[in-house]
Design a protein around this ligand. Sequence first.
Ligand code: SAH
Ligand code: SF4
Length: 340
Amino acid sequence: MINIRNLKLEELNDILIKAGYQRFRAKQIFNWLKLGRVADFDLMTNLPADLRKYLKQTFVLNSVKLERLLKSSCGSATKMLCRLLDGNLIEAVIMKYKYGFSVCVSTQVGCRMGCAFCVSGMHGFVRNLDAAEILEQVLLAREFAGERIGHVVLMGVGEPLDNFDNVVRFVELISSTEGLNIGQRNLSLSTSGVVDKIYQLMDLKMQITLSISLHATNDSLRNRLMPINRRWNLSQLLEACKEYFRATRRRISFEYIMLNQVNDSMVFAEELKRLLCGFAAHVNLIPANCGRGDFKSSDPKVIKAFQKRLEDLGLNVTVRRKLGDDVNAACGQMRSSCVK
Ligand code: SAH
Ligand code: SF4
């Protein structure tokens, strides 16, 4: 049985009409669904009993259960460990910023990309999440926050573009007026660089922010850190980014993890500048969380100097605030400590 939240309004409409129900019923159900998580179809009291029975026999209503909450000591990040119906665990992180709440959601159980510094792929790939499972993480976060979620970032466990159809459906559902109505400009998708899917995404002309996990400025280092670079190298990736920008006019954000003595010397700052020359780009430096392997984060002083050099070279740079290190806020870390 599929989760009803995977359906768009018109799809539910078609199903209900075929099953002999009236046209306005789908809208009534959607009004319930956008209120948040409803424990049971029977609580949808404005629906007739036979429709509620039909819904129960046909659809799943909730497929993500909160298993554990971990709050950071500073209170700005909370990690939710969630159990799926098949027993798999996923995680999402709620972050409180000055302008409101943001939630970072997972798109897969595990990841097949195998980046050298990342724990998400350490246990391999298990399965894709469906759109409803991604959406429910946002609903859970909203329940926790007690207010509207301003931003959603697809930066949890998994490679979103390796789960293309479900992720696109999620974006369409969450941004629809009959859904949570979160504007696409408030959604960010981070990718390790699945180039063919970047082109597919471009053709959809969505207004989401695309983030590229760059992390290295030459192919030999990037091959070592991110195996996907052997499939699509830096020049292919950057060409796709240029095309993407041309087609959507959306500024691309480049993520760069600061790894001590791996990619943090000034030579790399110069290389980065050369690579992003001519881009309306934004660089986000990420202090590394203790992840996989022997990688360590660069010293804060080194990060500052790197930022300054990039700024002097004319790039637009921010350093990601380190949120919730004490709750293992890096992607995959909490799940990883729970998966045997
Ligand atoms: N698969 C996608 C999105 C999920 S990873 C991607 O790779 O972009 C989200 C971000 O966390 C990526 O930028 C990723 O490189 C980063 N990340 C992975 N391991 C990390 C670590 N140990 N410390 C800091 N950031 C990490
Ligand atoms: Fe997967 Fe992203 Fe982690 Fe790489 S960084 S293993 S693509 S989740």
